[in-house]
Design a protein around this ligand. Structure first.
Ligand code: HEM
Length: 179
């Protein structure tokens, strides 16, 4: 057959990773790096969009355009959160340490628990933004100051909880909590 052997082709593909390492190891580390990147990309997107919500959801700024914008920003935040969950699960399935190593560590459960709390808290602002948008489109009304302040508080709690999750993550990744 023409062309390089499949093994040689694989070698060419991963040789840049570390030419002194066996191909299989290079392939594993390349997958590990890609999974880590995707997880970080999703986290960064999530953080950028919760920060945008925090910046926009203020009594001083609220007008019709901001109500429309908040609903859209929140939709991207939700999609990013799903991506964080999926890429996190992907790391446990295909990461170098093996599925059992990840799932038997209580720090992963702590991470997931905090993430679920953030997810539950996020439901209320989402429902509020959609209701505000509906009222705006139907009758041009804007939410009351009290409602905006309450919603902002929930956004701020989420933002601060998200900041704690990497603390569990970095210790988890370095084997703390594993038997
Ligand atoms: C906002 C939510 C999250 C944040 C901020 C976050 C943050 C991080 C960070 C910073 C790392 C890299 C740690 C390091 O290598 O030093 C990491 C790794 C990881 N995360 Fe997340 N994560 C989040 C959600 C999740 C979820 C929901 C899961 C899965 C159910 C998950 C599973 C993992 C796994 C398996 C690793 C690899 C750990 C290792 O290499 O041993 N993460 N996360």
């Amino acid at each position: 057959m023409d062309g390089p052997e499949p093994g040689a082709r694989l070698h060419n593909l991963f040789a840049f990773a570390n030419p002194t390492r066996p191909d299989e190891e290079n392939a594993t580390m390349t997958l590990e790096a890609i999974l880590a990147y995707l997880h970080l990309l999703a986290i960064l997107t999530m953080v950028v969009f919760i920060a945008s919500e925090a910046a926009l959801c203020r009594v001083e700024w609220l007008n019709a355009a901001v109500v429309e914008r908040l609903a859209r920003v929140d939709m991207v935040y939700g999609i990013a959160a799903v991506a964080v969950l999926l890429t996190g699960i992907a790391r446990t399935l295909w990461g170098v340490k093996g599925t059992a190593w990840y799932w038997t560590n209580p720090l992963l459960h702590l991470k997931l628990g905090l993430f679920i709390v953030v997810g539950v808290l996020s439901i209320f602002p989402t429902l509020n933004y959609l209701r505000w948008r509906k009222a705006l489109r139907a009758g041009g009304t804007l939410p009351s100051d009290v409602e905006v302040k309450k919603t902002r508080k929930l956004v701020m709690i989420q933002a601060h909880l998200i900041a704690v999750i990497p603390l569990a993550a970095v210790f988890f990744a370095r084997g703390f909590g594993s038997k």
